[in-house]
Design a protein around this ligand. Structure first.
Ligand code: NAP
Ligand code: GCO
Length: 264
């Protein structure tokens, strides 16, 4: 039974994985036997990531690549294939958020978020699919969000991008399923990472941030998620255990999407 969750001999590329959720995906894939490849925007971030992986005993390969730069992505994909091997598992993890009321957000800011969170997953998936087709198999996991299903104040660009990423996931599944490529999404709930740190900052009086309290009340598990909570679901979607799962968004949210929220 455990063999179907093995990633032994697989090359896994996790984008934007120097830290945060991507780092946890990579750690889990390593534990399951995969060879880890990651990228980040600058050499400094890549070096920090390499040091972090080394500290965990993970011989990861790091590449400098801005995922919004199509030429850089194509060059990096070719270099990975030459230096490491065909990418068997791609996780489109790199992402940004800008929390600005829509009427105060510039079109340039909106485009920047969509560029990283939606256009880049298209670019990177397009770069690896041809070799997956030649190999006869592949796994693509797009990191979606609660905002693939829900809106909230100040995250219009992010929600639009993550909603689009949900549909891009379904379309890649539809277009390339016949080549034994499975494309699924993983939708983390509210996870404790640098990206959500502003939402969890302690107040001046030492009390919890109002949004922190809100998420606790909205989550049946009554806690924020940790990146480690995503490791099992990610290995499932990256492994043979999910070979007949395609176009699915697996929400790992402690139950937020199922729950009206605790009565105040
Ligand atoms: P994070 O801590 O902000 O990390 C994001 C990573 O993406 C960083 O390594 C960042 O590198 C990299 N990145 C950003 N723009 C990039 C670009 N243009 N090219 C290459 N790398 C880039 O975020 P996180 O919380 O780990 O989130 C990871 C993914 O999960 C994102 O897609 C996010 O939307 C999604 N997500 C997060 C949560 C949550 O609650 N945290 C929940 C649902 C979904 P730099 O250091 O260079 O910026
Ligand atoms: C926010 C948060 C969320 C999380 C995540 C939830 O401001 O609402 O940053 O967007 O990052 O995407 O699934």
């Amino acid at each position: 039974m455990t063999d179907m969750f093995s990633l032994k001999g697989k090359v896994a590329w996790v984008t934007g994985a120097s830290y945060g959720i991507g780092f946890s995906f990579a750690k889990a894939f390593h534990k399951a036997g995969a060879v880890i490849v990651f990228n980040d925007r600058g050499q400094e971030q890549v070096d920090k990531g390499l040091a972090a992986y080394k500290a965990e005993g993970i011989p990861a390969r790091g590449y400098v690549c801005d995922v919004t730069d199509e030429a850089a992505v194509n060059a990096t994909a070719a270099l990975i294939e030459k230096e490491v091997g065909v990418v068997d598992i791609l996780v489109n993890n790199a992402g940004i958020i800008k929390r600005v009321p829509m009427t105060e957000m510039s079109a340039a800011e909106f485009r920047q978020v969509v560029d990283v969170d939606l256009n880049a997953p298209f670019i990177v998936a397009k770069a690896v699919i041809p070799s997956m087709i030649k190999k006869g198999a592949g796994k693509i996991i797009n990191v979606c969000s609660m905002m693939s299903e829900l809106g909230r104040e100040t995250v219009s660009a992010y929600a639009a991008a993550k909603g689009g990423l949900k549909m891009l996931t379904k379309n890649i599944a539809s277009e390339y399923g016949e080549y034994n490529i499975q494309c699924n999404g993983i939708g983390p709930g509210y996870i404790e990472t640098p990206q959500t740190a502003p939402l969890r900052e302690k107040q001046a009086d030492g009390s919890r941030h109002p949004f922190d309290q809100f998420i606790i009340a909205k989550t049946p598990a009554a806690r924020w998620g940790k990146p480690e909570d995503l490791e099992g679901p990610a290995v499932f979607l990256a492994s043979a255990a999910s070979d007949f799962v395609n176009g699915h968004i697996l929400y790992v949210d402690g139950g937020i999407l199922a729950y009206i929220g605790k009565q105040p």
